[in-house]
Design a binder for this molecule. Structure first.
Ligand SMILES: [Zn+2]
Length: 172
């Protein structure tokens, strides 16, 4: 990605101290979300700026469509999430290694790009197991017939990381 091109730019230059709200509508491909994200991503940023720092509360809203693990019927997954970040303006401020959500703003180029944060927040909303749903008895709500070889209950998806382990013969 071009470093100069920011997909979700929050520009702090010229912004008065106080509360501000920004809205963005982003093409999922622009922030490198997979094609299963088939609708634009709505982003709202509530921002509180002071002389020393800018606190951001970002809300992400979109949908992704994945095939059901059982019947392959497309399942629309609502993606609604939010996250908080803190940017300090003061170059002398100490930031601990563990403070992942606290960052330093470049005072000469005070633009925060939220693209990768929004992408990561959206992706973690997609569950590993994607099915049409289950009723109260735990029976699948799939309306299409489930091919037996795809029935997730009889053929649980195997984590490929276990393949190496399973090939080890522990009897030797
Ligand atoms: Zn299904």
């Amino acid at each position: 990605m071009n470093a100069q091109h920011k997909n979700i730019p929050v520009r702090l230059a010229g912004l008065d101290d106080g509360l501000h709200t920004f809205h963005f509508t982003v093409d999922p491909a622009e922030i490198e979300l997979p094609p299963e994200f088939d609708r634009s991503v709505e982003v709202r940023v509530d921002l509180d700026k002071t002389h020393q720092q800018t606190a951001l509360h970002t809300f992400v809203n979109t949908t992704a469509v994945y095939p059901c693990d059982r019947c392959l019927r497309p399942v629309a997954l609502a993606v609604e999430t939010d996250f908080r970040l803190l940017y300090v303006h003061d170059n002398s401020a100490e930031i601990g290694e563990s403070d992942e959500d606290i960052r330093r703003i470049d005072v000469n180029h005070p633009v925060i790009d939220l693209s990768s944060d929004v992408r990561d927040a959206a992706l973690v909303q997609i569950p590993m197991r994607r099915i049409c749903g289950e009723d109260e008895e735990g029976e699948p709500l799939c309306r299409d017939a489930i091919p037996p070889e795809r029935d997730a209950d009889e053929h649980p998806r195997v984590d490929p990381r276990w393949d190496k382990l399973r090939s080890v013969n522990f009897d030797q």
